[in-house]
Write a protein that binds this ligand. Structure first.
Ligand code: CTP
Length: 413
């Protein structure tokens, strides 16, 4: 059974370069069993072909109010939909929708519906930050429209910044959550579980300008959060990289910067979690004194005295509630398995996920990873080099198998 069996989705595509990503969204939705009716604006046709959506959607792509056999296509589409997703949504579409203007089939369909609506904006940073666009978005949000993204990253013309369309995976995950919730229950094999994930590298301030940090990007932790939520879990994601964190329904984001802030956030929330994934790279030491003003080079070489931070994993495993699974991470450059096994034991963990960050394409900053998953009995499973989301899928499979095997603990469906 597909996650979206029997669901009817209108997929609106407007004119932006990110329109090509809607192709993947369309394919994933039909793969999941949804009936997808693509509706393109004239602008969208400048970026992608109608025949692509004809082939991947569940019915012929509609463009105009006047070219369908049905005399009132917008009401047929709008009234029959469980969800209308606009992906990507331009500033024009957002403004028209907010103001109730129906200049084309897509905006007419948005007005002729009582279904849920999801808008996935994509535009240049300057446009996204315009007061008018920001106001339109906040009005739509207040009206109950789901806004997914945008995120930070590469934009058209080689620019970098905020305004990039959310990743197709995250958009599809949000759709799964929305329609799952609609039917009164969360779907997926982790439904009913709460998963806490930490992600990113902490930053320890030296003063108002400089900090001591590390190379962690938060990608593996975020991939775990996305995977868990797409499988029905409720996720608490405590991250130092909130801008690139999954902005999807079911994920409660908590932004932190320092080891102390992350410690406090984890301690406050860990008791709610069935599983804790401590994927963040937490500083072991921090400057003892934080300069109140920028340290000037004329002052000469300044000695920075460090003091230890608290070990978050040690702290939560001491307060572990019954049945809770605690999973640590170990990024190493040598003696991988020995170092990881030592940490598993000294921090009293259920699993440790070890990776050798000196290997090419592994760990910090990359989209790929290769890890060893070691359990309490020393059993080791290797996950060879693949996309971090795929790594997350495999890690969660291993953890959920062990969770289900624990006779004393509630089984997940
Ligand atoms: N960790 C933590 N709190 C800290 C430091 C680390 O919770 N202050 C967690 C990390 O999130 C990770 C695990 O402990 O899940 C191992 O972190 P790592 O930095 O590899 O190990 P350390 O114990 O700090 O040992 P070392 O840096 O010497 O390798």
């Amino acid at each position: 059974m597909g996650q979206l069996d029997g669901r009817r989705i209108v997929l609106g595509i407007t004119g932006g370069i990110a329109a090509y990503k809607a192709i993947e969204v369309c394919r994933r939705l039909t793969d999941a069993g949804a009936h997808v009716a693509p509706v393109m604006t004239k602008g969208a046709l400048r970026f992608v072909g109608k025949s692509t959506f004809d082939a991947l959607g569940s019915e012929k792509t509609q463009i105009s109010l006047w070219d369908e056999n049905h005399s009132i296509p917008h009401t047929r589409l709008g009234q029959g939909a469980d969800l209308i997703v606009v992906c990507p949504a331009t500033a024009r579409l957002i403004s028209d929708y907010r103001n109730g203007r129906s200049g084309d089939l897509l905006t007419a369909t948005l007005l002729a519906t009582r279904s849920k609506v999801m808008v996935c904006p994509a535009m240049h940073t300057e446009m996204w930050e315009q007061a008018s666009v920001a106001e339109n978005i906040s009005v739509l949000r207040e009206r109950g429209v789901e806004i997914v993204g945008p995120v930070e990253g590469k934009l058209a013309g080689g620019d970098n910044g905020f305004g990039r369309l959310a990743e197709p995976d995250d958009i599809v995950d949000s759709i799964f959550k929305l329609l799952g919730k609609d039917s009164g229950h969360q779907t997926g094999d982790l439904a009913g579980l709460t998963v806490l994930v930490t992600a990113g590298g902490t930053r320890e301030p030296i003063g108002p300008v400089r900090f001591i940090g590390n190379r962690s990007s938060g990608k593996q932790g975020h991939a775990l959060a996305s995977e868990a939520v797409s499988r029905g879990a409720k996720v608490i994601c405590i991250t130092t990289e909130a801008e690139s964190a999954p902005d999807i329904l079911g994920v409660e984001l908590i932004e932190t910067e320092t080891a102390q802030e992350m410690h406090d956030a984890v301690m406050e929330n860990a008791s709610r979690a069935d599983w804790v994934f401590m994927a963040a790279a937490v500083a072991d030491f921090r400057p003892k004194k934080i300069a109140s003003q920028k340290i000037k080079k004329e002052e000469g070489l300044t000695e920075i005295t460090l003091e230890p931070t608290l070990d978050i994993l040690q702290a939560i495993s001491k307060k572990r509630k019954d049945s809770q699974l605690i999973i640590g991470f170990a990024a190493e450059t040598n003696d991988l398995l020995q170092n990881a096994a030592r940490k598993l034991e000294s921090k009293n963990l259920d699993f440790i996920i070890a990776n050798d960050v000196s290997e090419p394409d592994v760990g910090f900053g990359y989209d790929t990873n290769s890890v060893s998953v070691i359990d309490r009995n020393g059993l080791c499973s290797e996950i060879s080099l693949c996309d971090k989301r795929e790594v997350a899928r495999n890690i969660i499979d291993i953890v959920s198998e062990s969770w289900s095997e624990q006779g004393t603990h509630p089984k997940i469906q």
